[in-house]
Design a protein around this ligand. Structure first.
Ligand SMILES: [Ca+2]
Ligand SMILES: [Ca+2]
Ligand SMILES: [Ca+2]
Length: 532
């Protein structure tokens, strides 16, 4: 055993035991064969990331002298390798793949050499398949507020795997392939998906890729779906009030109680518009947020509907209602007095509104109130409702007369007040003469005599019908059976008054005839009669 192969000779001799001494020699030629050796090819595979032993023993399928070859029989050596990371360990027969070996098919050529017969060799080839690590890029989702923006996904790699473990930037190179909105982007240095501030609401997609750092060109893609939310908007109802006569600002800013993304809304955030108003004099100024009441707006409750629209997300709107109470000021009617000569009459230069108040402290005028005469004690004395003056017809008798009038707010007809105007018509002076004539110059006792008293208007003023002229008629002594005949009026001897029954104009006269009989016992020489 363990005789190297070769051709060997043995010379041997034979000697005759009967006749010691004589001998003969011969040669034996022996051929020693080397053991048969077979080196069979091997195959194996390994994960390139982790590496490892891909073939436990390349000799396992090799034979030596018909039996499995062992390192007792043969010397093992690596002849070549197509990748220095893939090597044969000649001391063990193992084929090892170093960690971080790129994927591929590699070959190692090895040799076995017969220890018994150095120089006798066999070669075989080991084919090693190095596998790339498995990579999974899983889709991601996230959301962010579009106004403030922010990080919608903390790390797109978090649900991706590399060789069965969570992928990291140590393993893979991250890149953004596309985005449906340039405001929504992947940061390849961190894996974050960021939404820029002021991004309109919507659903956006970013496609990203991971590339195996160990195996360039080996990539996977996934899609990130980002929901960008519109800022929350709240339009709250408002209330306000203003004086209807002067008008004014009923609400300083309808946005003051409205919210945009949790903060007070401003015109930077939203566009303001008036949707409707129940009175065109009550309006929203969309440039300021003020609600204005125009002057001379009737009292009442009015509503304005307004809308806010997100500037960032046009079409995203909210509406609210503004209730505006338009008030009216008080009006006051205060009493007036006036005087005029009733004979001529005319328009009294006065204004019954001069001391009347409108909207608390302003003077009432025919522009803001309507004058209504409610009553007059003298139909010849009336208010002119167009100007507040009092008109007295000519020949209005002296006296003190009261007129009741009402002022009504033109803006608010339920707003009214009543007071009085007292007009004094003073007595006027007429210029009269009175004359008396007798119908005879001499008379006897028992004879009739007649006196005619004439009252003549010699002035400019008329003696009005119904006026009583005081006539102090002194009846003469000795006159009996006195009778009176009044022309143009009636005479009362008791009251000494002559009451005219028609106007006595300038130059006109009335008369009274006094008839009597001279008493039979009258002894005087003269009958004296006088009148004043
Ligand atoms: Ca082998
Ligand atoms: Ca992912
Ligand atoms: Ca509001």
């Amino acid at each position: 055993p363990n005789t190297p192969a070769g051709s060997y000779t043995v010379v041997y001799q034979i000697e005759d035991k009967l006749n010691p001494g004589p001998t003969k020699q011969a040669t034996i030629t022996i051929t020693v064969d080397a053991p048969a050796m077979v080196a069979a090819n091997d195959t194996g595979s390994a994960n390139g990331l982790t590496g490892g032993t891909v073939v436990a023993n390349v000799l396992a399928n090799d034979t030596y002298n018909g039996n499995p070859a062992t390192l007792n029989d043969v010397s093992l050596s690596q002849i070549s390798t197509s990748n220095p990371n893939v090597t044969l360990d000649p001391a063990t027969g193992k084929v090892n793949v170093a960690p971080n070996t790129p994927a591929g098919s590699y070959t190692v050529v090895y040799q076995i050499e017969d220890k018994l017969n150095p120089g006798q060799n066999k070669l075989a080839t080991i084919t090693i398949t190095v596998d790339a690590p498995a990579m999974v890029a899983a889709n991601d989702t996230g959301s962010a507020n579009g106004l403030t923006g922010g990080t919608a996904v903390a790390n797109v790699l978090a649900n991706d795997t590399y060789n069965g473990n969570p992928a990291t930037l140590n393993d893979v190179t991250l890149s953004q392939i596309s985005t449906s909105n340039p405001n929504v982007t992947l940061n390849p240095a961190t894996g974050k998906v960021n939404v820029a501030p002021n991004t309109p609401a919507g659903s956006y997609t970013v496609v990203y890729q991971i590339e195996d750092k160990l195996n360039s060109g080996k990539t996977k893609q996934a899609t990130i779906t980002i929901t960008v939310d519109a800022p929350a908007m709240l339009a709250a109802n408002d209330t306000g009030s203003a004086n209807g006569m002067t008008g004014g600002t009923a609400v300083a800013n309808v946005l003051a109680n409205d919210a945009y993304n949790g903060n007070p809304a401003t015109l930077n955030d939203v566009t303001l518009s008036q949707v409707s108003t129940s009175n065109p004099k009550v309006t929203l100024d969309p440039a300021t947020g003020k609600v204005n009441v125009a002057p001379n707006t009737p009292a009442g409750n009015y509503t304005v509907v307004y809308q806010i629209e997100d500037k960032l997300n046009p079409g995203h709107t909210k509406q609210a209602t503004i209730t505006v109470t338009v008030s009216t000021g008080t009006i006051a009617a205060l009493p007036d007095t006036g005087t005029i000569l009733g004979f001529f009459g005319g328009t009294i230069d006065m204004n019954i509104l001069a001391n009347d108040l409108y909207n608390s402290s302003n003077q009432a005028t025919v522009n803001n109130v309507t004058i209504t005469q409610l009553s007059t004690e003298n139909p010849k004395i009336n208010i002119d409702p167009t100007n507040g003056k009092v008109i007295v017809q000519p020949r209005t008798l002296p006296g003190v007369y009261t007129i009741n009038y009402q002022i009504t707010d033109k803006l608010n007809i339920d707003n009214k007040a009543v007071t009085t105007v007292v007009i004094t018509i003073p007595n006027w002076i007429t210029d009269l003469t009175v004359t008396k004539t007798a119908n005879k110059t001499g008379v006897e006792v028992g004879e009739n005599i007649s006196y005619t008293i004439t009252v003549k208007n010699i002035g400019t003023a008329t003696v009005l019908a119904g006026r009583a002229i005081v006539l102090n008629e002194t009846l003469p002594a000795g006159l009996d059976n006195v009778t009176y005949v009044a022309t143009g009026g009636t005479y009362s001897a008791i009251a000494n008054t002559f009451t005219v029954n028609a106007d006595v104009d300038a130059g006109q006269s009335v008369s009274l005839i006094v008839n009597g009989t001279v008493n039979a016992n009258y002894t005087q020489n003269e009958i004296i009669n006088s009148v004043t």
